[in-house]
Design a protein around this ligand. Structure first.
Ligand code: 15L
Length: 273
């Protein structure tokens, strides 16, 4: 069920990239209520357009196609990317070239607000006994986290130089429920994700703001004090899942880097083997 939050501003046309991915599919249905027309894109096949929707199958590395995609758009929710650790050959076109193409297309088409789906893996090499905020230096836990740090810097450049506003959301774990003990700290419910996305698109002034995307969890490693102006107030908590998660995963190995660091298994997966 979509969250009850109804924004004061209703967009004429919103673009959602990455609409065929896990989070994209979930947000597609919810964002429809916040605009007259929802344009959805992905490089993978998309479900047919329903009323008030437009679909476009576009690879983000195709600059001309991305320029076309951003025509007549008021704001963008940019989820389109490789969303886990992958070889450089996959990260480069989707997350680096694709992000650049998107911001260039936004500049050329006069789009003024973007929600950039960043990731907690931008700071995955902080320890789980540290609480950090958005002004702590980045410590990516892999090529994927590094590509998201690039995207955040790109957003900063396009704000400073071209006045395009972005909220970079360092998404924790946006799933139906937390899958393991780590996600008790990083989980963000779909209702809270919708709340955060709508707040990021409708807050009056954001410049370039970085915010961690999490629910109101009892255990947390992230402090959103520098993003209170976004107006995101999470209403869910992972606590209701704690007993079941801890029963499922009773013992953790404290010497495992996946337990020591915030990025979890991302700190030891990937192309460096
Ligand atoms: C991410 O950035 C991934 O896209 C998602 O699949 C999760 O693994 C999440 O991070 C996480 O850290 O749990």
């Amino acid at each position: 069920m979509p969250a009850a939050t109804v924004p004061a501003i209703r967009f004429r046309r919103l673009l959602l990239t990455g609409a065929a991915g896990g989070l994209g599919r979930e947000m597609r249905g919810r964002l429809r209520a916040h605009c007259e027309t929802l344009r959805v894109s992905d490089c993978a096949p998309l479900d047919a357009a329903s009323d008030g929707e437009e679909t476009a199958v576009v690879g983000l590395e195709d600059a001309a196609a991305v320029a076309e995609l951003l025509k007549d758009v008021d704001a963008v929710i940019h989820l389109g990317a490789v969303s886990v650790e992958q070889p450089w050959e996959a990260i480069l076109p989707a997350n680096i070239i694709g992000a650049y193409n998107l911001y260039e297309a936004a500049r050329r088409n006069g789009v003024k607000r973007i929600l950039f789906a960043s990731s907690n893996h931008v700071t995955g090499f902080y320890r789980q006994d540290q609480v950090i905020d958005s002004r702590d230096p980045v410590r990516p836990d892999g090529l994927y986290g590094l590509s998201k740090a690039f995207g955040e810097n790109l957003a900063q450049l396009y704000w400073d130089r071209h006045g395009i506003e972005t909220v970079s959301v360092r998404i924790g774990s946006a799933f139906t429920e937390p899958k393991d003990r780590r996600m008790l700290a990083t989980w963000m419910s779909y209702d809270d994700t919708e709340r955060l996305f709508v707040a990021a698109l409708t807050a009056p002034v954001v410049g370039h703001t970085v915010i961690y995307g999490m629910s109101d969890n009892a255990t947390t490693w992230w402090d959103n004090r520098h993003a209170r102006h976004v107006g995101y107030r999470p209403q869910d908590s992972s606590e209701q899942f704690r007993a079941a998660v801890e029963a499922r995963q009773p013992v953790l190995d404290p010497s495992d880097p996946a337990v020591v660091f915030q990025g979890g298994v991302f700190v030891r997966t990937g192309p460096f083997e």
